[in-house]
Design a protein around this ligand. Structure first.
Ligand SMILES: [Ca+2]
Length: 281
């Protein structure tokens, strides 16, 4: 008898993901281990890690990447991708506070500042996650809680037409010019990673318009590091409806929330030397 342990994931009613440990027992004799159909490569053919591909970040300013990456946090529960995404956003827009006693924003501190019971419940362990509309409202509430003067815009694609893809590329290209704006995506993670088929949220770290690739700072850091995917695949991931077994979010499609500072950065002096500012023309 051979016993082996494998890691697998199963969806938890519309939350970002959950880890389950599966123990399988084989009674096969003489044949050794059978291939486990749940075993997949870390990333499928539609994603490549930041470690495998970083030329773009070496040769371009990539201001959003440098604004986000110092503050890039892992979601604190399986359903807290929205919370981790907004926490990273708020820190990135604020920059490093000037005084030694100043704290960075944590996911717990953000929940406390926003004081929204629904969001706290939705992002708690075994929470059911947030809808795209709720996410947009929580972004606005979070900015308000930290007195960040910014505009929140929403892009919700309805098809994969050339015109829609062109609109997505325009948003990503404009966003890449400055760290005064940050793009957040509500997408199906599995379309890109080849694994868990469900709704997820993360910030966009960079856009290589020549290669037409998007760097996703996946906050699901229990399983992933940042990865690139094509803008066409991202559009597919934005458009994939939430599977039918995911409760109140079933059937929902994703989109983009773009947050743009109105008055510039408060702590610009502490962030400008690490790549903030506009890309050379
Ligand atoms: Ca930007």
């Amino acid at each position: 008898m051979t016993i082996w342990r494998s890691k697998s994931r199963r969806p938890l009613a519309a939350s970002c993901r959950v880890l389950a440990i599966a123990v399988a027992v084989s009674f096969a004799s003489g044949a050794g281990l059978h291939a486990d159909p749940t075993v997949k490569p870390k990333l499928g053919p539609h994603a490549i890690t930041i470690q495998q591909s970083h030329d773009y970040l070496r040769k371009n300013l990539a201001p959003d990447y440098w604004a986000l990456s110092p503050f890039y946090v892992p979601q604190m529960s399986a359903s807290a991708c929205s919370l981790a995404t907004v926490t990273t956003l708020v820190n990135a827009l604020r920059g490093l506070p000037p005084l030694s006693a100043d704290e960075l924003v944590t996911q717990a501190a953000l929940l406390q500042a926003v004081r929204n019971e629904a969001w706290a419940s939705q992002t708690a362990p075994n929470g059911d996650g947030v809808t795209f509309e709720e996410f947009s409202s929580y972004v606005a509430l979070s900015l308000q809680a930290y007195q960040i003067d910014a505009e929140v815009e929403v892009f919700k694609p309805v098809d994969s037409s050339p015109a829609t893809l062109a609109s997505l590329r325009k948003i990503l290209t404009e966003n890449e010019q400055s760290d005064d704006d940050i793009v957040l995506i509500h997408y199906n993670q599995g379309v890109i990673t080849g694994d868990w088929d469900g709704p997820h949220l993360s910030p966009v770290g960079a856009y290589d318009s020549d290669a037409r690739r998007v760097l996703i700072m996946d906050v699901d850091r229990q399983f992933y590091i940042p990865y690139w995917t094509s803008d066409e695949k991202l559009l597919e991931a934005l458009l994939r409806p939430v599977p039918a077994d995911r409760g109140r979010r079933a059937g929902e499609t994703g989109g983009i929330v773009r947050v743009t500072l109105r008055g510039g950065r408060v702590n610009r002096d502490l962030t400008s030397s690490i790549g903030g500012g506009r890309r050379p023309q």
